[in-house]
Each structure stands twice: as C-alpha cells, then as structure tokens.
Write a protein that binds this ligand. Structure first.
Ligand code: ADP
Ligand code: MG
Length: 482
C-alpha cells in the first residue's frame, strides 16, 4: 500500500538577547547553576515580569523575513503545568494571539526544486529550567539559569512530506535566524531544537492521519533519523491492523527507536489564560518599518545573487552562504581579482580554509588568513605560478605563521614555483617510467586508470611543483610512442 508521510515542525529558537525575556538576569551559557536566576525567574510572589523590548524586534524581523502577518496586538498567556524545573507552575507563552502568523518560507530540495512551506505562527515564550539527573546519587538537581530565556517557537504547517524535506526545512530556518542575527543557533547548547509531528495517510486521502509528536530533537541528523523510524513504526502498526495513538514520544538515538513519553495533552489541560501581569504587545507601523530597514539580505536572495554575480554553481553558492560570515569572506576575497574565476576562490575556501578551521575548531571569524590573501593565492593558481597542490602548502605555511607572511615570500622561500619547463618534466617522467615497469605493462594492456598513479609519482618526485596537465600530456605521448 502507498502511504503519504505528513510532517509539521515546531522549532524552538533561543533569541540572542543579553538578558532574559521578563527579567534583567543574564542569559550567558554555562554559568554556575542557579547563579543567573532572579526573583522574577524564580516566580516569587509579588514580583512582576517586564517584557524585554529586543525580543519584540527579533520576532518582527523573523515575521518580515517569512512574509508573516505581524499582529498589531498580541497577548501573553499562562500555560499551566507542574514540573520541578518550573517553579511558577506556569510558563509564559502566547496562545490565541501570537506575535506573527500566516507566513511561508521557500526551501531548496535535494533535486534542486523549490518548495514553499507554510509557517502557521511564531510566538514568544520563556524557557523552563533544567533538571540534572546525572550529577547526584539518588537525587535530581534543578538549575534555573535557563528559566526565562527568550524563545521564538516557529510552527510550520503540515506541509513536509519526507524526513529529508523536514531536515532541509529545519536547516533553512536555522540559516535564516542566523542571517537575521536573532539567534546563535548553537545546537549543542540547546539554542535551536525541534519537535516533529509525524503522521501517515493513504495516498490520495484528504484527511490527516493521527500524529505523534517527537520531542526535543537537537540535531539535523537526529530529526531525519527519528522521523524515518517513526514512519516505519506507524506503517507497520497500521498494516498489522493496529491504530496510532496520539501521544508524545522520545527518540532514543542509541537504539534508533522512538518510545512513548506521555499521552498527548490537549490545549485545555493547560488552562491557558491571558497573563494578568503583562500588558498586550502593541506594534505600530513605525516600529515595523524601522525593523524592516534593518533586514539584511536574506539567504535565498544571497544564494541567487552569488550564482548570478560570480558564476559559481548552485551547490557552491548554497555552501558558501551557509552563514553570512562565510559569504562575506568569499565576496571580500573576490574583490581585487577580476581575472580569477570565483570558483577558484570558492574551492580554496571550501577545501583549504574549512579544513584548517575544522582542525582548530574555529569559526570563520577566527581565520588566520585574510580574504585578500585567499584572493591572491587563487590568482597564483590561475596564472600557473603554483599548482593546486603547492597552493595547499602555501596555505598551510601562511596559516602556521598566523597570517603574518605573504603569498609571494612563501612561494619563494619554499621553492614552490610551478615547474612548467618541459625538459625538466620530461626527465622526471622518464625516471618514473623506468622505476615502475609493472604499471607501464598494465597501462599498455588497457588499464587506463594506472595513468593517475603515474602522474601522482611524477608529482611526488617534483614535490608537487610540476604542472599536472603537462605531466599528463608528456606521460601519454611517451607511453604511446614507446
Ligand atoms: P500542538 O500545539 O498541540 O502541538 P498544533 O495544532 O499547534 O498542536 O500543531 C503542532 C504541529 O503539528 C504543527 O507544526 C502542525 O503542522 C503539525 N500537525 C498537526 N496535525 C498534524 C498531522 N496530522 N500530521 C503531522 N503533523 C501535524
Ligand atoms: Mg506541540
């Protein structure tokens, strides 16, 4: 039987404010437990929450970037439930009147097609605290530092049709909030996590199937894996004549399975009501226009522009725009190199630079090589001063000196100039032919692939300095004539 998969995501994005949503406590990650919880966060009687203005700006920014309607009047509500890490006994959230609603976002699917995903709403709320079960024997600790941290919960329409689409949508939202500068998107620190609602129905059915909700998925990979196993479970269950129970489930990554957590609560279990301690949020045209003026170029627009202005491929543009800082770096590097195809610069960033950054756990802001040096290095490859493999050595040497040396002096000092002199290359090719008789026979017997090995040997002998095209050409002509 053919099943259709239906998914809607609720993404919790921590907003990058200095202080909490309703108090002046700092939001810094990793502080000593309970050192960042004020009386407001603790819910002491008699204290009053005061709304942090910057969360309103951030929510509007998100709303404008996703073509949402911005509510002129939105209301904070109390969502009542008991949990040890929620001392007030309620979470302040928005319910009937969210700050923004009815928008959409275009995502680029793996096959290059574009799909528009509806955004039902995005509302402001405070985070709860954290229970620590591992540090104490027979006891649980409560850390209330996270209490009152501002969140924007972004709720999608049930428009996603596969685990991969859900992953792509989540990545696109992640990219967007970082472009907007409203969240650091740090997933290890829990600044970006999602609940996935999953159901299946027979192809062609209009009515949605019963859904389950997979809670607190904090990596793109886990979202996709969790959805895949949950879909399998639902299909097996229905095909065996069973029924799906609407419930909240947990994904266990070690066992790669989902398990029931609790039966699905209904909205009325929470007894939502408008918070009497907070005024409605009123937004006027002037504020909206001020925020609009601050909007940066958005990721989709930037990707399209990089393809158009720099003639690079879709996939390279997609990667180079993965963060605004990387795209800035790339564009800066292309500035004074009119005769170098931007693709060369992109390649150096994607290969050499990202490898070096990964190795040292740095983000691009920590790069020890300036964009203009990358541009210069690409120029040297383009005009055949160095081969691509020698360029890699130049890169590493500059990196080692913390960026203080320059491209020309490194090439000079390490003798990395490309050898284009045909006689010199010919002599090296001859050596390699003499020293590898077995491979030569294989090649003559039609094993075309051996040529790669032989070129490699010559490159090795030249310490990466021979021009590989020349080597290839000379090798082939010698082998076909001998
Ligand atoms: P709740 O607040 O109880 O979690 P909502 O109605 O607000 O429920 O829906 C939450 C999310 O679940 C939304 O992203 C929505 O698109 C998605 N969703 C709703 N119904 C289904 C369904 N049958 N299958 C998959 N996703 C669904
Ligand atoms: Mg929900």
């Amino acid at each position: 039987m053919a099943w259709e998969i239906v998914i809607g995501l609720e993404i919790h994005t921590q907003l990058a404010t200095k202080s909490k949503i309703f108090s002046g406590s700092p939001t810094q990650y990793g502080a000593t437990p309970n050192s960042q919880a004020s009386l407001v966060d603790l819910g002491y009687p008699g204290v009053l929450p005061v709304l942090n203005q910057s969360v309103v700006h951030m929510a509007i920014k998100f709303g404008l970037a996703t073509d949402c309607e911005i509510s002129r009047r939105s209301v904070f509500a109390r969502k009542n439930y008991f949990y040890p890490d929620l001392p007030k006994g309620y979470q302040i959230s928005q319910y009937e009147l969210p700050i923004v609603h009815s928008g959409h976002l275009d995502i680029v699917l793996d096959d290059g097609n574009i799909k528009t995903i509806g955004i039902t709403r995005a509302h402001l709320e405070e985070d709860a605290g954290k229970s620590l079960h591992e540090d104490f024997q027979g006891l649980s600790g409560i850390d209330l530092n996270r209490t009152g941290t501002p969140l924007l919960e972004i709720v999608s329409e049930p428009d996603l049709r596969s685990a991969e689409e859900a992953g792509t949508y989540m990545r696109s939202i992640h990219k967007l909030v970082r472009y907007l500068g409203i969240s650091d998107g740090n997933m290890q620190e829990g600044s970006f996590r999602c609940d996935a609602n999953v159901s299946i129905r027979k192809k062609g059915d209009k009515k949605l199937g019963t859904r389950t909700e997979l809670k607190n998925l904090n990596s793109f990979r886990f979202v996709e894996k969790a959805i895949r196993v949950e879909v399998e479970r639902q299909i097996d269950l229905l095909e065996d004549g069973g029924k799906i129970t609407q419930e909240t489930r947990l994904y266990d990554a070690d066992k790669n399975e989902t398990r029931p957590m609790r039966s699905k609560e209904e909205a009325n279990d929470y007894r939502y009501f408008p918070d009497p301690d907070l005024l409605p949020v009123i937004i006027n045209d002037e504020l909206i226009e001020n925020v609009r003026a601050e909007l940066p170029e958005l990721p989709n627009a930037r990707t399209k522009r990089l393809i158009r202005d720099h003639g690079i491929s879709d996939s390279m543009a997609e990667e180079l725009t993965s963060s605004p800082a990387i795209a800035d770096y790339f564009e800066e590097a292309t500035k004074n190199t009119p005769h170098v195809p931007a693709k060369r610069i992109g390649n150096l960033i994607q290969r050499e630079l990202s490898a070096a950054l990964n190795r040292e756990g740095l983000s691009i802001e920590g790069s020890k090589i300036s964009p203009s040096m990358i541009g210069k290095l690409a120029q040297k490859i383009e005009d055949n001063t160095v081969s691509a493999s020698a360029a890699s050595t130049v890169f590493d040497e500059i990196w080692k000196t913390g960026g203080s040396s320059n491209v020309d002096s490194i090439i000079e000092k390490h003798g990395l100039k490309q050898i284009t002199d045909m006689h010199t290359i010919e002599a090296m090719v001859d050596d390699v032919i003499i020293n590898n008789p077995e491979q030569i026979i294989q090649f003559k017997n039609g094993k075309e692939k051996v040529i790669g090995f032989l070129v490699g040997q010559v490159m090795k002998e030249s310490k990466g300095k021979a021009n590989p095209q020349n080597v290839n050409q000379i090798l082939r002509s010698k082998l076909s004539s001998s």
